[in-house]
Each structure stands twice: as C-alpha cells, then as structure tokens.
Design a protein around this ligand. Structure first.
Ligand SMILES: [Zn+2]
Length: 95
C-alpha cells in the first residue's frame, strides 16, 4: 500500500491536453452558462483524476547510515521515479 497518492505528472499532462481540446471544441458552440459549467467540471477532473501516483518513502537512520528512499509509480500510465541517498552517520567526534 502506498504512503500517499500524488498527482502523476505524465497523466496530468495528458489529461490537461485532452481537456483543453474539449474546451476548444465547445467554445462558442453551446450557450455561455453551459460552457461555464463544462469548464468547472473540467477543472474538477484535472484536480481529482490524476491522483494515480503511489508514493512510498522512508527517511531515517539504520545501521549507522542515514537514508532517504523514495519510490513513486503511476498505476495508470506506468510513470515511475526512484531516489535513494545513503550517507554514513558520523558523531561529533568524527567530524
Ligand atoms: Zn500516470
């Protein structure tokens, strides 16, 4: 299970482009109020439909090593990102 569901940058890009095309298609062809309703729905979809990036992360010290670990993977488009940092822990006398 993911620690967090974030907005996937790739899905967001695709959805934004598709929705922009949808808005262009209807601009001037439907009554103004209907168009404004459509735009409001489009903005809602942009905000909610792209939370598909499952994120797992940990930060802390283990076995004298400071570690930051991140894994993000989209369950829709397959976009993924990993990030790892490990650094030996030194106490003050070692500096
Ligand atoms: Zn995605």
């Amino acid at each position: 299970m993911a620690d967090n569901w974030a907005i996937c940058p790739r899905c967001k890009q695709l959805v934004t482009a598709e929705l922009a095309a949808l808005k262009d298609l209807h601009y001037g062809t439907i009554p103004e109020q209907e168009y404004l309703n459509l735009v409001a729905k489009v903005e809602q979809v942009e905000e909610t439909s792209c939370r598909t990036l499952g994120e797992h992360y940990e930060i802390g010290i283990q076995d004298n090593e400071f570690r930051i670990s991140y894994r993000g993977a989209c369950r829709v488009c397959g976009f993924s990102k990993t990030f790892d940092v490990k650094e030996p822990v030194r106490d003050k006398s070692g500096e």
